[in-house]
Design a protein. Structure first.
Length: 262
């Protein structure tokens, strides 16, 4: 079963004859669960969590972390709902039916989060899904885009809050970085390079994180600048190193963009 799922994840499809035993096996399993086998239900849902995550990631067009993202919880509840509602007389596979239910519940979730109901006059583009439910692809696309934008803003805010806390351990406030930032592009690019050198050297980062101070002596052995330059830009270099070394993908992207603009 896991091998079949793995192949489905890769987009590989077997012949009709090879798929029939799986469909039959799934139908038997679903029937047993619907008959009240709670242990089997829990095991079945656990086994198919990778499938649920894959369907959810494909729908959201980004990686979904089962441990963090609300979308996975919505999808998992929808998968359980599909178990309750499925019947072989539908004339379709359980997994196909489950994906439809998952997509429908995720759409409801996005609509609720973004309050898109009735606000987008694109009814002429309405389409019916496999269950004859009306869906609007433009509305869904815009809902996903708006939700991802909001999600990105929340994650950026979270990064900034955590980064500010980390700076506080070094006696640096986030507002200090405005004054500490170099005024000239060439100076900024030079300090970016030094910050990356620091972040990519495990021993230098160990000194920085344990002693809470810039390893000036060790840095002077690797970069061609004066001690005075390192001391004068201490706060800025520490901030750059923490961003490149820490869990801050949005802040790193921002630095890369500013670097390219320079």
């Amino acid at each position: 079963m896991l091998l079949v799922l793995f192949n489905k994840f890769l987009g590989k499809k077997g012949s009709r004859e090879k798929n029939e035993p799986l469909a039959s096996s799934l139908e038997v399993t679903i029937h047993q669960i619907q008959s009240g086998d709670l242990r089997l239900r829990n095991q079945f849902i656990s086994d198919y969590q990778p499938y649920v995550a894959k369907v959810t990631s494909r729908f959201c067009k980004r990686f979904i972390d089962p441990a963090r993202d609300d979308e996975f919880s919505i999808a998992l509840a929808a998968f359980n709902e599909a178990i309750n509602q499925y019947s072989s007389v539908m004339g379709r596979s359980f997994l196909g039916f489950a994906e439809t239910v998952i997509r429908r519940r995720l759409i409801d979730f996005l609509r609720k989060e973004q309050r898109f109901k009735g606000q987008i006059p694109y009814s002429s583009f309405d389409q019916e899904d496999e269950e004859d439910h009306v869906m609007n692809p433009i509305e869904v696309h815009q809902a996903i885009e708006a939700y991802e934008k909001q999600k990105g803003m929340e994650e950026r805010r979270s990064e900034i809050v955590d980064f500010n806390r980390c700076l506080g351990d070094f006696g640096i406030a986030f507002s200090d970085l405005t004054d500490a930032s170099p005024k000239h592009d060439d100076s900024r690019q030079m300090l970016f390079g030094i910050g990356r050198t620091l972040a990519q050297d495990p021993e230098l980062m160990r000194i920085l994180l344990t002693k809470r101070q810039l390893p000036i002596k060790e840095l002077l052995e690797q970069v061609q600048v004066s001690r005075k330059t390192l001391e004068r830009n201490r706060k800025y270099l520490i901030a750059i190193a923490l961003i490149f070394n820490g869990p801050y993908p949005y802040l790193r992207d921002y630095l890369h963009i500013r670097d390219e603009e320079a």
